[in-house]
Design a protein around this ligand. Structure first.
Ligand code: ADP
Ligand code: MG
Length: 313
């Protein structure tokens, strides 16, 4: 492996054109990150965060406003042709001509990339995505899951070292999601660098060695998955007390204490260090009686909130 990243993105800005005098949407506000070679990299964020905008810039479908992007060492402004050859993109939307067979879909795509007949590997790709027996079926007869797998094969006809999948499992059932994860792992084991976007934390956690989180067009974090998941080791307990709070009860053992209403507070704590019972006991030591308690597991949003508040410090 070389030290050169598979993808390098610097200060990427995208402002979509406005209409009717309205200013355009600023979808990316200066995003920078590298995708290391050889791993499975997750680009995570809620709907509207800017994930597809990044992917579509990589695909050459959306023109960036500012910044630079290199794919496999090729700058997309200076060497688009080589950059495009280095990457395969599976778009978020499943669309293709229903009248071609999967084999024809791959042959046509290979033609578009100028892959010579003797170098084409349509059957091999269909085998790789477990669609060999559907090679001659009409694409319109394929199930949703088969269509997604065909799109993956289609992205691979020019044998790119980098494969990008935009929300590969949005709206697919659990069984197919497992199949797609397996396929991604197989391809990565074969040496391919994989980038996938998702808004499922669980999916990123399961598959990706490294996760970048994007929200409102800004990169919030980019770190090994194990570290990020560690942040979700926090637990949250919401407590209602018997009288108005003088302020958030401060304890070293609390990660955060927040007053939500005159008699309601939320305590964030590390579940490896404290139990909910210990949290309640500490509150009682501050002179409050407990009227009501609810706990919740932190979700992706909590990770976002804790990361953005850290960034603001
Ligand atoms: P994600 O893939 O993370 O859900 P997108 O990159 O699709 O997010 O969208 C980011 C933001 O840019 C959203 O506010 C979206 O409405 C806006 N946007 C996306 N595509 C266009 C477009 N073609 N024209 C105008 N705004 C767009
Ligand atoms: Mg998207």
């Amino acid at each position: 492996m070389s030290d050169q990243p598979a993808i390098s993105i610097r200060n990427l800005v995208k402002r979509y054109a406005g209409s009717g005098g309205e200013p355009g949407k600023l979808a990316l506000e200066g995003v920078s990150f590298d995708v290391p070679e050889g791993g499975i990299f997750g680009l995570l964020g809620p709907n509207g965060a800017g994930k597809s905008t990044i992917i579509n810039i990589l695909a050459g479908l959306v023109k960036k406003t500012e910044g630079s992007v290199s794919i496999w060492g090729f700058d997309i402004d200076r060497d688009l042709r080589n950059a495009k050859r280095a990457i395969g993109i599976v778009p978020q939307e499943v669309v293709f001509d229903p009248f071609f067979t999967p084999f024809e879909v791959l042959e046509n795509q290979a033609g578009l990339y100028g892959v010579r007949k003797e170098l084409r590997r349509s059957m091999e790709l269909l085998r790789a995505v477990h669609l060999e027996d559907k090679a001659k079926a009409y694409s319109r007869t394929l199930s949703g899951g088969m269509r997604r797998r065909l799109l993956i094969a289609k992205a691979l006809v020019h044998t790119p070292p980098v494969l990008v999948l935009d929300e590969p499992t949005a709206g697919v059932d659990v069984e197919l999601r497992r199949q797609l994860w397996e396929l991604v792992r197989e391809m990565n084991a074969g040496g391919m660098t994989i980038v996938l976007t998702t808004h499922y934390l669980e999916e990123a956690e399961e598959l990706c060695e490294r996760i970048a989180i994007i929200n409102h067009g800004q990169l919030i974090t980019n770190q090994p998955t194990a570290e990020l998941v560690g942040m979700a080791r926090e637990k949250i307990v919401r407590i209602t007390v018997d009288k108005d709070l003088a302020g958030p009860p401060m304890e070293d053992a609390f990660l955060k204490a927040e007053v939500l209403a005159p008699r309601t507070l939320e305590i964030t704590y590390d579940r490896d260090r404290l139990s909910a019972g210990q949290v309640l006991a500490l509150i009682q030591q501050h002179g409050y009686a407990i009227a009501d308690v609810t706990t919740r597991e932190p979700d992706l949003e909590d990770v976002f909130v804790s990361l953005t508040s850290q960034a603001a410090k």
